[in-house]
Design a protein around this ligand. Structure first.
Ligand code: BGP
Length: 479
């Protein structure tokens, strides 16, 4: 038993994204989107970084998103399993290119709209709140080809039209929304995050921050539209969070850690406080960046700030100015970090730091004083199916247990947290690697890295564990 309580209406659940779960990549009129151009294997990273522009799937490559776990055709049985675990919320994303296949169509695609109507109806039947991300690593490929994606202001209008369409259609069904998933990913994997690909010799930083400005304005316009169209709805931003520790107390390390955090906070400072932070001005000046802004942008940003701060937390990060120390880098949600000798690592090299979760939540709350929503957290691990057909994922339970405990502590610290949707409650395709082998689920999906398997769903040990956590509102997680 634990010594803290979670709020009565706490939104326990899970989070998936269209691009990693749905598959059915051309079904019912859907257009191509970013992830449909991301193969597994060596080429993936370079494409995600925007170094290799490509607008069509390449011959001879394997694209795991094209079928993914076929959530598009399995959502009813999958949601029934989530309901069995007692989910109060399911975070999903809408695939922009199901609604507007080219991103610029005159009329929305009715088949696409209907799919999400049906999906939300099933959730509502089980009293599961849909929490919907408008863009989770998602831009119709036509807009990338035609306009260079978010580098072009045109995307602001097109995104606003898309947002208004889905708000109007689902206004009676969806009360929790988010604009851009991990908006700061644009700086790390610009093609994955925002559909940005670069030509030889282009100033990447200039393009990234111009695109960021467009997304920030588009996000504010979506907040505006959401509030106008859906009274009582809450709409948030979404940050790939994880605080940066200085490797030592050398002031240079400490300052660098602050700057690294600001690189991410920059987005949320604008989305939540409604204006560019002063340090961004210095940054633009030092890097000779000129961001094109329209006269109305200032007011748009100021008047339409988010209602809550959504964030993902997988790992803390560590930074150093010492050339010897930085030889020892580690991975972790693609944010460069030096190895922290005080914490463990996952099989994929991601830092495991539950206390860092409490620290991150406290820092975000100190900074923004708005409710927080933990919309991703979890452990990517390879599972083994025993000859009896069981999956004993104690390592996953351990990770989640420790993180939920620290979330409980953060709530005790006074941080307002409205919900927790762990990442990938059913196994889905990994965003960073494209693997199926990197699994987060309480539910196993029989599919491998090459796309082979029956797609059968199997409950893991963690399924029963999480069910218990939810049933006891976080008071009993198997101490
Ligand atoms: C976040 C993304 C998710 C998800 C998660 C886990 O960056 O928002 O889409 O995939 O990380 O990452 P991965 O799948 O690479 O293990």
């Amino acid at each position: 038993m634990v010594n803290y309580t979670f709020p009565k209406d706490f939104l326990w659940g899970g989070a998936i994204a269209a691009n990693q779960a749905e598959g059915a990549y051309l079904e019912d009129g859907k257009g191509l989107t970013i992830v449909d151009l991301l193969p597994t294997g060596e080429k993936r990273r370079d494409i995600m970084k925007g170094n290799v522009p490509s607008f069509l799937p390449l011959e001879g490559e394997f694209y795991p998103s094209h079928e993914a776990i076929d959530f598009y055709n399995h959502y009813k049985e999958d949601i029934a399993l989530f309901a069995e675990m007692g989910f109060k919320a399911l975070r999903v994303s809408i695939a922009w290119s199901r609604i507007f296949p080219t991103g610029a169509d005159e009329e929305p695609n009715e088949a696409g709209l209907k799919f999400y109507d049906d999906l939300f109806n099933v959730l509502i039947k089980y009293n599961i709140q849909p929490v919907v991300t408008l863009a989770h690593f998602d831009v119709p490929v036509n807009l990338i080809e035609k306009y260079g994606s978010w580098r072009n202001r045109k995307l602001v209008d097109l995104f606003e039209a898309y947002a208004k369409t889905v708000f109007t259609r689902y206004k009676d069904k969806v009360k929790y929304w988010m604009t851009f998933n991990e908006i700061n990913m644009l700086l790390h994997l610009p093609f994955l995050g925002a559909g940005l690909a670069f030509e030889e010799g282009e100033n990447k930083k200039q393009i990234q921050y111009q695109a960021a400005h467009h997304q920030l304005v588009a996000s504010a316009l979506a907040v505006k539209a959401c509030h106008e169209i859906i009274p009582g709805a809450k709409i948030g931003c979404m940050l790939a969070a994880g605080t940066f520790y200085p490797y030592t107390c050398n002031p240079d390390d400490v300052f660098q850690a602050m700057e690294k955090d600001r690189e991410s906070y920059f987005f949320i400072d604008v989305q939540s406080r409604g204006e560019y932070p002063p340090y961004a001005m210095r940054f633009f000046k030092d890097h000779h960046l000129t961001i094109q802004m329209e006269p109305e942008d200032k007011d748009i940003l100021k008047n339409h700030t988010v209602d809550y701060i959504g964030f993902s937390y997988y790992s803390s990060r560590t930074t150093s100015t010492d050339p010897e120390v930085i030889k020892n880098m580690t991975s972790g949600n693609v944010f460069g970090s030096v190895s922290n000798p005080f914490v463990a690592k996952s099989e994929w090299g991601w830092t495991i730091d539950p206390k860092g979760f409490r620290i991150t939540a406290n820092q975000l709350y100190d900074r923004y004083q708005k409710p927080l929503f933990v919309v991703e957290n979890g452990l990517g691990a390879a599972d083994v199916v025993t000859p009896e057909g069981e999956i004993k994922d104690d390592y996953r339970i351990e990770y989640l247990k420790q993180h939920i405990a620290e979330m409980g502590e953060a709530i005790q610290d006074g941080v307002e947290i409205i919900g927790y949707t762990s990442w990938g409650p059913i196994d889905i395709v990994s965003a960073s690697s494209g693997e199926m082998r990197k699994r987060y689920g309480y539910i196993y999906v029989d599919r491998d890295n090459e796309g082979k398997g029956t797609l059968n769903r199997i409950k893991k040990k963690s399924f029963y564990w999480y069910k218990n956590v939810i049933q006891s509102n976080g008071e009993n997680f198997g101490e």
